[in-house]
Design a protein around this ligand. Sequence first.
Ligand code: HEC
Length: 133
Amino acid sequence: MKLLSLIFGLFLFFKISWLHQNKPLEESIADGEEIYQDFCVQCHLDSGEGVSGVFPPLADSDYLLNNIDLSIKGIKYGLNGPIEVNGETYDGVMQNQGLEEEEVADVMNYILNNWGNSSKQIITPQRVSQIHE
Ligand code: HEC
């Protein structure tokens, strides 16, 4: 009996962690859109176009698309100091947005797959947790 419940418990554990790791991309993007509307839209704007010279664009941003880990780091811990986005220099401050790892993954999946952006990489909470300051 004990063995049976142990096996059942293990099964549940793996099933849940499997489900957790494999939240479908569409669901992650949909959740990411809500986070974007709450935390990002005031600076990066509705179509991810940003404000030239002040808030860098996310739509078609070479920085974002070529520096996924640095972008995750910026969202997780904040970003400041000069960066170049599509040939324009930005030297602003983005605060740490106080998001959980899963929320960072969701908002990354949203911005990587919206406004004409597309990425083959699916960002998981595990990847976010591996990025340190
Ligand atoms: C208060 C304004 C503000 C908010 C809110 C904000 N950002 Fe930013 N973001 C900036 C600024 C300013 C920079 C550039 C920082 C620098 O110059 O080093 C930046 C840079 C970035 C970059 C890297 C540069 C690029 O354009 O590719 C990404 C990616 C990004 N932000 C995503 C987000 C996401 C996602 C959110 C919401 C979770 C968010 N930002 C919220 C102001 C903001």
